[in-house]
Design a protein around this ligand. Structure first.
Ligand SMILES: [Zn+2]
Length: 406
């Protein structure tokens, strides 16, 4: 099973300069190959006797000309340009398979990165060795044992990270503490509400950080374009954005780890519809902006424990349905936090009610369409067929944090 561990690096000035150069080479190779790909593809459309573009051919082509035309590429590891083109090839594969958009040009300063193959890295305790550069300090040792497959070095604001992909033995599955199921409603007033009635409050709205963000943005806009002060202000702003993203990412990881640790089956809604009617406060928008990340984390973490995630159809009326009698209300404005069911008189907390409906719906899906019970009726519709259980393929189970832009 492939697992990635992302570790902060402590490069010295010389090493940081090398990283910047290698990122530049990777970016150049990617952009060069993308232009060539488009050119060769057009040529192939005119004349089908010409070869179709491929990453392997493009790598040979670049190798043949780089000594004369781009001698500065030789200053860094040959992996930087090679892997960039291999990754472009994968991006095209994903595009042709309908999984991704058409590959774009890389820009300086936007997700700067380069990848090393396994023969080019060596990890020992808290350091990693890169040919022609020597040992670079890591902030923590590699967490997983197994064969190292590749390492990607990337920059976020002014910090460097290495993401090491390891082919680990299949880990023993630590099953969830509770073999039961839970419904989870991602919400507005709380980060998440569980069908047990529990509310998980996310990080506080960071009013101080938001004020700081506004001040830094104003400060940046006053600086002259191209000046050193502008570059400094830009970096300060980037650092703050990263810090806010880290706070969110931390809250999300804690939530998903906690859920998968406690419950075997987790029922969630597809796309957080209430959250989409967003409000822009930091803690609140965690839910809507990170929905896909939430789902991804739940799925891979549940997989590690042999658990299961059920995703309800996005048209499933989780808020409008009474979890006691199954009656569906016509409207349920967002402002309504508490309500009493006109049909059975049950008193509901909006979010807990939604979470309970998701649980009932999830159980109906897990038990199959023939399952009897009020559960199916409570869905109020034949939504069960549209939902699906997911068991994630191990290959996609990466333990990587992704940053969400504010
Ligand atoms: Zn009712």
């Amino acid at each position: 099973m492939l697992m990635a561990h992302r570790i902060a690096l402590d490069p010295n000035n010389k090493q940081a300069t090398y990283f910047k150069k290698a990122c530049g080479v990777a970016r150049f190779a990617h952009n060069w190959a993308l232009v060539e790909w488009q050119r060769q593809y057009e040529a192939w459309k005119q004349d089908n006797n010409l070869p179709k573009p491929s990453q392997a051919a493009l790598r040979r082509q670049l190798n043949a000309i780089k000594r004369e035309q781009f001698p500065w590429m030789l200053q860094v590891t040959k992996c930087a340009p090679q892997m960039a083109i291999i990754q472009l090839g994968r991006a095209f594969e994903n595009f042709f398979a309908g999984r991704a958009r058409y590959p774009k040009f890389r820009k300086k300063g936007v997700h700067d990165r380069f990848t090393l193959t396994n023969d080019q890295v060596c990890v020992e305790g808290c350091r990693i060795r890169i040919p022609n550069l020597g040992w670079v300090r890591m902030r923590e040792p590699l967490r997983f044992a197994g064969k190292i497959m590749s390492a990607t070095i990337s920059r976020v604001a002014d910090r460097w990270f290495v993401s090491i992909t390891v082919d680990t033995q299949d880990l023993p599955k630590h099953r969830a503490e509770n073999q039961g199921a839970v419904g989870v409603d991602l919400g507005i007033s709380a980060l998440a509400t569980l069908s047990t009635g529990e509310k998980i409050v996310g990080p506080k709205p960071h009013t101080a950080l938001l004020a700081h963000l506004r001040r830094l943005s104003r400060s940046l806009s006053r600086k002259q374009k191209g000046s050193a002060n502008r570059a400094k202000a830009k970096m300060k702003l980037a650092r703050l954005h990263t810090r806010i993203a880290n706070i969110r990412s931390d809250a999300l990881h804690k939530l998903t780890s906690d859920l998968t640790r406690r419950f075997h089956a987790i029922c969630i809604e597809n796309l957080n519809v209430h959250g989409m009617m967003a409000n822009r406060h930091l803690a609140r928008s965690i839910a809507d902006m990170s929905f896909f990340e939430f789902r991804k984390q739940l799925e891979y973490k549940a997989e590690r424990r042999g658990g299961i995630v059920v995703v309800a159809d996005r048209f499933f009326a989780s808020s409008k349905t009474c979890s006691a009698c199954g009656a569906v209300q016509d409207t349920m404005p967002l402002s309504v936090r508490q309500w009493i069911c006109p049909d059975c008189g049950a008193s509901h907390d909006r979010d807990v009610n939604a979470a309970r409906n998701l649980l009932v719906h999830g159980l109906a899906v897990l038990n199959g369409p023939t399952a009897s019970s009020a559960g199916c009726e409570a869905c109020g519709e034949e939504g069960a067929g549209a939902s699906h259980k997911t068991r994630v393929k191990p290959a996609s189970a990466k333990q990587e944090v992704s940053f969400v832009p504010v």
